[in-house]
Design a protein around this ligand. Sequence first.
Ligand code: NAP
Length: 253
Amino acid sequence: MTQPSNGRVALVTGASRGIGRAIALGLARDGFDVVVNDIERQREELKAVATEIGTFGRRGLPLFADVSDRGSVHVMVDAALAQADHIDVVVNNAGILIANTVENLQEAQWDAVMDINAKGTFLVVQALLPHMRRRGYGRIVNIASIGGKHGAPEQAHYSASKAAIMGFTRVLAQEVGQFGITANCVCPGIIVTDMGRTNLSDQSNVDKWVAVTALRRLGQPEDVVGPACFLASDASAFVTGQSLNVCGGIVLS
Ligand code: NAP
């Protein structure tokens, strides 16, 4: 992305693989130039996603930053605005899952999950808000999880971080609606990615999750793309503060 964009621009965090990569490509297919973020260790994978965005005739800009680090987030947002001119949409997707029981959970594991999932979402939103406010426009899409509504054993800290994202988004929506900005969550169910495989350690777990899913199948990253792109678009102009389950019917409220 060497020239400022005259069109719509999205920023997607954690976009080198899995759900973030799928959403970044979906937004490119929908006509967005996309700033894709991930952590430095995903350098080659992220550059490949940026190149793939080019196959849709859109521009991809890879920017490396740790979303849990305030300084790193601000450098990323400044670079994105300098190179892309503006950002219409942010998809806060970067996240981690470390499985452990409450009894065995180490404080450092709790902190890492809360820092990247919950604080990372807050830091990226806070860095972008002055820009979105100035423009009187913004679509904020936060990737939470049905884990934040229901959860599963060994994921108490993950569940807490995702519930935090939903609470944060509900209040954010009330604060920023007057500036033409919407804020919503997508809550994926069991999606087959590197992270999703944590829930699918053996065939009995796969069978268990399929059995409790109304559609009787696991999700693929592409299953999350349509709902995320809807919340990133003007088709959802009157939708804000919501948490949309994208789980094939595991959680029904
Ligand atoms: P994934 O395949 O593990 O991808 C997540 C990406 O985020 C990775 O590339 C990861 O890099 C990156 N990341 C981690 N820490 C980061 C940081 N501090 N700053 C920037 N990027 C960072 O996971 P996924 O399954 O696609 O999940 C994407 C989102 O969906 C997450 O928020 C997750 O909680 C949520 N979700 C997933 C599922 C599921 O079943 N897969 C279900 C519900 C919700 P590294 O791998 O190098 O750490």
